[in-house]
Design a protein. Structure first.
Lengths: 432, 175
């Protein structure tokens, strides 16, 4: 490691831990790197500008954000909750199941875990804690954990970022997320069921089955969103970025026309919020791209590949080690930084070991999303704490069982690549 | 923030929203022309990329509060008011220093592009990229202001633009 790189990393770690915004800290430490290297300080700006200006795939991100905000602005969360209540509310632990299933459906509309937690999280938590049926900690923990499914089921912002650094197809990554998303849903339903039986949670008043068609019909336009999105991409009709635009347009039409839930002022609020989220996400991506440049110019990925060549490590062991590393980093870093800066370090090694990059991508995204709920630095825990006022300590105390079951699901995906690759192969993915 | 500054900030926010809306519309136009009218346009893609660049840096310059940024403030929050003042001063000064040091070179980089125009819309690239300068200068001013507030004992953690943190819940209009 060169002197310049070492100083740059020290600057970054110090600035970030004393509370500077990570993206600004990254730009500042890139300037430190360039200064010590004696390079033009304008290179930092060049990398960040060109990185954002040249990446067509990144345009999907603001559009997914707009789509999610339109969905949240409408009465869609209420309708979906009603639908899930009618569907799974009658079982023991019904409201917990409702929470899981609503997240699964919502996951098909947004693409960001934070949007999911904010969108439906508060509704679900209020419902669960009413009448002391569930403790606030349990309600918050299950909401945080289920929001993790958001970016696994397409659309997915983290997968767009991974596609950018790894040159894999967004389409196959999206398809690869479907079964893992369902698997994660299944293990969480099991855990909730176990909890409900152990604590003898009282049964809900079941919604009569004859009302199911009506409730389904009311929720139908929202339920169709993932079908339209995936249909557009895999029907070969549109590119993933265009599909994101179609999704946003669809969300707008559903909220405005079908649910009549948009006024001029709420459209303005949606655009305000979307531009703010876009700026914040875009800045993180841009600054991570400078780091990407530094890492590449120091030739680190090749060095990593060379160092590992000597060790004769088996692909499976390497995958396991890498996942262990990401889990540890996930406790400290945010997901986009891991995907944009850390993952590219290992891409050459992954290729050399013959590890499938779509399989790895989905596993890595699942891993990073689990990082969103692992203390001390789990964004979803903070978001739920901020929106509901449930103390962080209470949430953290109840989050561990959820982390464990998700880790079991992750392990299954690592050991059995077909969990990920089964669907992409059905659609003509040939692998490697 | 009141008076002129508050008004300016409102307009900065509206401008960002307007760009967001235009990006969305440009995409829809592109899709309609390409798939419905079978008449692909080439300017829409470039318009979207330009707007995306502008929304990111314009928004980062004028819209983002501390809580909008991805921050690792677990350690920071464990300190008392005095300690946080010291830490905030250190990082604010460091950010000002780094951004100010790279500003001249950044200016040269951006203005160098006055000789080039974009592919289809023919907008001069120095204008397209100039938004980064706006962002860099805004960062310098914001963190200078924070340093000043820390030194003079002012409210250094107060929202800079006065936007409430979580506003993602909307009131649905009455049917």
């Amino acid at each position: 490691m060169s002197m310049a790189l070492a100083s740059c990393l020290v600057a970054l770690v110090v600035l970030a831990t004393i509370g500077a915004p990570i993206s600004l800290a990254m730009i500042a430490s890139a300037v430190v790197y360039l200064a010590i290297k004696g390079q033009d300080l304008g290179l930092a700006a060049e990398q960040i500008i060109q990185g954002l200006y040249d990446s067509f795939v990144l345009l999907a991100i603001p559009l997914f954000i707009v789509a999610a905000n339109f969905m949240n602005a409408g009465t869609i969360s209420d309708r979906l909750t009603q639908f899930c209540l009618a569907l799974v509310g009658r079982m023991r632990g019904g409201l917990g199941h409702v929470n899981v299933v609503t997240s699964l459906i919502f996951a098909g509309m947004s693409g960001s875990a934070v949007a999911d937690a904010v969108g439906i999280g508060k509704v679900s938590i209020d419902m669960m804690t009413k009448g002391n049926r569930y403790t606030p900690g349990y309600a918050a923990a299950i909401t945080a954990a289920t929001a993790v499914i958001g970016p696994i089921i397409p659309p997915s912002i983290p997968m767009v970022l991974y596609a950018l650094v790894s040159d894999t197809s967004i389409g196959y990554l999206f398809l690869g997320g479907i079964v893992p998303g369902l698997l994660m849903t299944a293990v969480m339903l099991l855990l909730n069921s176990y909890y409900a039986h152990k604590n003898n949670v009282p049964l809900e008043e079941p919604i009569p089955l004859r009302e199911l068609p009506k409730i389904t019909f009311r929720a139908l336009p929202a339920l169709l969103m993932p079908v339209i999105l995936l249909g557009g991409i895999y029907g070969g009709a549109v590119t993933p970025t265009e599909a994101a635009a179609v999704a946003a347009a669809y969300a707008f039409i559903v909220a405005a026309v079908f649910y009549r839930a948009l006024s001029w002022s709420s459209i303005r609020t949606v655009l305000h919020e979307s531009s703010r989220s876009t700026a914040s996400v875009g800045l993180v991506i841009g600054s991570a791209l400078i780091f990407n440049y530094i890492v590449a110019s120091e030739n680190i990925p090749a060095q990593v590949a060379n160092a590992l060549k000597g060790i004769e490590i088996s692909p499976l062991l390497f995958l396991l080690c890498l996942n262990g590393l990401f889990l540890i980093l996930g406790c400290l870093l945010d997901a986009s930084t891991i995907i944009l800066v850390i993952i590219p370090l290992f891409i050459p090694t992954l290729k050399a070991l013959g590890i499938d990059l779509v399989h790895f991508g989905v596993v890595a995204v699942v891993n990073c999303m689990i990082g969103l709920i692992t203390p001390p630095y789990g964004i979803l825990l903070f978001v739920i704490n901020a929106t509901t006022g449930i103390p962080l300590r209470t949430i953290i105390a109840d989050i561990w069982p959820w982390v464990w079951v998700l880790l079991v699901a992750l392990l299954a995906m690592i050991l059995m690549p077909d969990i990920v690759l089964f669907v992409p192969k059905m659609f003509g993915y040939t692998g490697k | 923030m009141t008076g002129l500054l508050g008004w300016l900030h409102e307009r900065a926010r509206d401008f960002a929203s307007l760009m967001m809306a235009m990006m969305f519309l440009a995409f829809i136009i592109q899709i309609v022309f390409r798939y419905v009218l079978s008449f692909p346009l080439d300017w829409t893609l470039e318009a979207c990329l330009t707007l995306w660049l502008w929304v990111v840096f314009w928004g980062s310059a004028f819209l983002l509060e501390d809580y909008d940024h991805v921050r690792f403030d677990v350690l920071y929050q464990t300190f008392g008011e005095r300690g946080r003042r010291v830490l905030a001063f250190i990082y604010s000064a460091a950010l000002v220093l780094a951004f100010a040091a790279s500003l001249p070179a950044t200016f040269r980089y951006v203005t160098f592009y006055k000789i080039k125009s974009s592919m289809t819309l023919g907008i001069r690239l120095d204008l397209v990229f100039s938004v980064y300068l706006v962002f860099a200068i805004a960062v310098i001013l914001q963190y200078l202001l924070r340093c000043w507030r820390i030194v003079t004992g002012g409210p250094f953690e107060a929202p800079q633009f006065g936007i409430a943190p979580v506003t993602t819940e909307y009131e649905a209009p009455k049917p």
